[in-house]
Ligand binder design. Structure first.
Ligand code: HEM
Length: 619
């Protein structure tokens, strides 16, 4: 007591009565609000930049920049009006956010990872799905983990993955063939025979990627492919001449009714918590169960995070007292994934200790370079004080499950979609690939000219991650390649930014910019990559002016592996199947962490999908 009295006597400005304390708290509250709402925005160095009006709602300019339906129009309108670098608004228009496709500026931000980090909110959001993995780590821990996992992506290791890519792809082909044949065989005899099926190609591709990550990264067979869901709907091949009980005119392009009844039934099944049990009853096993929990977890994120999602991140424990469908699915999905990865880590540790005892250097040689083995081995060699916890290791695994599954399968699905809409490119690609048959070396696969151009073009048009963001950890000056005109009419070649402010890394913005790609920037034209001007190095992006894998010390670690997986899948699928876009179904996408495709109107209830007309290649 005497201590308190002593303290109060020495600090006469501190309140000693309840009223005094309340007045103090009120004054502090008002000061914080004034600082947040007036002082910080008013003194923001980005205020001097020109930029669009509005952005005063809860989402700021977020929707204009991230809604795939609106974004391309706004990117063009705003770059035409303000140049490549301008100011946009965060929530309620209170925070300034730099938007730039200026290559020098992006290079500066992406290279200086000590100054520019992922904002804590983004890291926390990602942490719900990735635990404490590489993507949301910063500083020395990030550099250490990145060094440990790097060998997974060496050329020799990727070569070692080729048989897995081929094996899994032939499994997918086998399942598609079998289902297609069944669906075509079961169609109504009374009607004219239909030679193709309408099917969701995304489900199979997602499962393919999931299985590949399981085998290459975790040394674990998920076997999710065998749980492929979704009916195949017999249909006629577009343009195929047929007379069907007078219902279709000869030569009429097939109109596809995407069987709403069964879509609704599937949607209902998708929503039921009991689906996991259902999967087991169908005999899909643990891998399929984990895949389905994972898939539902990411599907529900789509379009449903909003303000409530942000509150979950800002208020720890909120989801426990006020759970939402989203949070329930995350808990369920991550529960399975945590359980599996923790078991795998423990088993791998035991296996390595045993191998060491028996004097084995590298388990059985082939298997020793999966991610799990690499991490556990590196960790065991570290000083005890530096070692990762089991939770950190399983976080690294969850990261790879997330980073390496959706990203690749989304690209594959969009590749098939664009090829389905460009039959002549599809035919040329089939010809190119067929020259090699089933077997192709890594080097040949990587240098097939049209395949390479198709994949590059889809990376450009449909980057799996639409945008990312960085926060300045200290005041910074960003140099510009293209000078900008400020609000006061002055032209400048650099932008001042304050500690704590954000800069968008507009992946789609750069990939779609008419300034770099011309007026046909939004069209699928793989042959543009044959133009030497396009190939001239600009020093930004893994492919020039394409930020799909970003750049700098945080660029995607798996881009080589991802590209070879995508190429090897396309190589195999186009030789065996033909694809066409169905009439009457428009494809959309929704940008969250990744941008998953949706057939319109089925986006929220049914989850992501990519319905295409498919038939075995007729030769
Ligand atoms: C082919 C499709 C892929 C695309 C488009 C893609 C894209 C990206 C992007 C944009 C980032 C940066 C995210 C950010 O900083 O905000 C990233 C990071 C990362 N990606 Fe990929 N990725 C792909 C495939 C893969 C694969 C197959 C793996 C692993 C098996 C992988 C592993 C990673 C990892 C570990 C990081 C974090 C790197 C770091 O922060 O140091 N990615 N990826």
């Amino acid at each position: 007591m005497s201590l308190l009295t002593d303290f109060a006597t020495k600090n006469p400005l501190l309140p000693t009565t309840a009223l005094g304390v309340a007045t103090w708290l009120l004054a502090i509250g008002i000061a914080l609000v004034v600082r947040l709402v007036y002082w910080r925005p008013w003194t923001s160095p980005l205020r001097t930049l020109r930029g669009p009006d509005g952005g005063t709602g809860p989402a700021g300019h977020y929707l204009e920049l991230l809604d795939p339906e609106q974004a391309p129009g706004y990117f063009r309108k705003w770059t035409d009006a303000y140049g490549q670098t301008f100011n946009t608004k965060g929530p309620f228009g209170l925070w300034d956010r730099l938007w730039t496709t200026d290559r020098r500026a992006l290079h500066h931000i992406l290279k200086n990872t000590d100054t520019w980090e992922k904002p804590i909110m983004l890291r926390k959001t990602l942490g719900r799905y990735l635990r404490s993995g590489l993507i949301n780590a910063e500083g020395p821990r990030h550099r250490l983990v990145r060094r440990i996992v790097n060998p997974l992506f060496s050329q020799s290791n990727i070569r070692g993955m080729m048989p897995t890519f081929k094996f899994k792809c032939s499994e997918l082909r086998g399942i598609w063939f079998e289902r297609m044949n069944q669906a075509i065989a079961q169609q109504d005899e009374a009607k004219a025979p239909k030679t193709a099926v309408l099917m969701d190609v995304l489900d199979g591709l997602n499962r393919l990627s999931f299985d590949i990550i399981g085998l290459t990264a975790f040394d674990h067979a998920f076997d999710a492919l065998h749980g492929i869901e979704g009916k195949m709907h017999p249909t006629s091949w577009p343009g195929e001449e047929q007379v069907e009980n007078g219902s279709e005119e000869p030569g009429q392009r097939a109109h596809i009714d995407f069987d709403l009844q069964s879509a609704k039934a599937r949607a209902a099944a998708h929503h039921r918590q009991t689906q996991v049990t259902h999967a087991v009853q169908k005999g899909h096993g643990e891998g399929s169960r984990i895949y389905e929990a994972y898939d539902r977890m990411f599907d529900v994120c789509v379009g449903r995070t909003g303000l409530r999602g942000m509150l979950s991140v800002m208020i720890p424990g909120l989801d426990k007292i006020w759970p939402t469908e989203n949070s329930r699915r995350v808990v369920e999905g991550m529960g399975y994934i945590d359980n599996l990865t923790e078991r795998l880590v423990k088993a791998k540790k035991l296996e390595l200790v045993e191998a060491e005892k028996q004097g084995l250097q590298d388990l059985d040689g082939k298997k020793g370079r999966d991610l799990l083995t690499l991490i556990v081995k590196a960790d065991m060699a570290m000083k005890p004080s530096e070692r990762m916890t089991d939770l950190e290791i399983s976080g690294a695994l969850a990261t790879f499950m997330f980073a390496g599954t959706d990203t690749g399968s989304i690209v594959m699905a969009w590749c098939l979609y664009h090829l389905a809409g460009s039959p002549s490119v599809q035919n040329r690609l089939r010809e190119e690939c067929s020259a090699y048959g089933e077997n192709i070396s890594l080097e040949d696969l990587d240098t097939l000219p049209l395949l390479d151009m198709v994949v590059k073009e889809v990376y450009r048009l449909n980057p799996s991650i639409p945008t990312t963001i960085r926060e300045a950890k200290k005041d910074d000056i960003i140099p510009l390649e293209e000078p900008i005109v400020l609000k006061n009419g002055k032209t400048v070649s650099e932008v001042k930014i304050r500690k704590g402010q954000y800069a968008y890394i507009p992946i789609e913005g750069l990939n779609w910019s008419h300034l770099f790609w011309g007026d046909d920037a939004l069209e699928f034209k793989p042959d543009r990559w044959a133009d030497s001007k396009v190939l001239a190095s600009t020093g930004l992006g893994i492919d020039q002016n394409v930020l799909t894998f970003i750049d700098g010390p945080r660029k995607c670690l798996g881009y080589r592996m991802g590209s070879i997986e995508v190429k090897s899948t396309l190589f195999s699928l186009v030789q065996q199947f033909e694809f066409r876009q169905p009439e009457g179904i428009r494809m959309y996408k929704w940008n969250m962490f990744t941008n998953r495709p949706y057939a319109w109107d089925k986006r929220f209830p049914e989850g992501s999908n990519m319905p295409l007309i498919v038939r075995p290649f007729q030769g």
